[in-house]
Ligand binder design. Sequence first.
Ligand code: NI
Length: 169
Amino acid sequence: MSILKIYEYPDPVLRKRTKKITAFDENLAKLIEDMAETMYNAPGVGLAAPQIGQSIRLIVVDITMNIDDEKEYMVMVNPVIIAHEGSQLDEEGCLSVPELTANVKRYKGVTVSYQDLEGHTKELSTEERFSVVLQHEIDHLNGILFLDHLSSLKRNLYKKKVKKRLANT
Ligand code: NI
């Protein structure tokens, strides 16, 4: 396993169109392991393929129940939100958008259709925190960052901060 580079805003790869995955092979399994290791190393609770520079529809999400438990993650290949209900406001951050956390309005519950590592189609309905993580990661597959859900005031403040930082390096 190896730790991959995490691309950060404003890298264009985060905005690129992603391709559906059709090959459920060893390369995919290896990439998933590397993504999980990269996520836990960061540390984060979710990681989408565009964040490691791969324009494909793949996410890994942490599903460890208790902090002392052995780390456990879930893989979703080609995930799509097929139903949603309600709304909630919760704080989010992103490994590709460093030094920013903000409240984002999301659906309260979502049903996601996806494929597992072997290509079997599955469905998952979930609420609250895990639902937020899934919506955030699936957004990445569509070139959307949590930044895009904020008010233009907050977004522009962050953009200015990043510009300044890039100018100073
Ligand atoms: Ni993110």
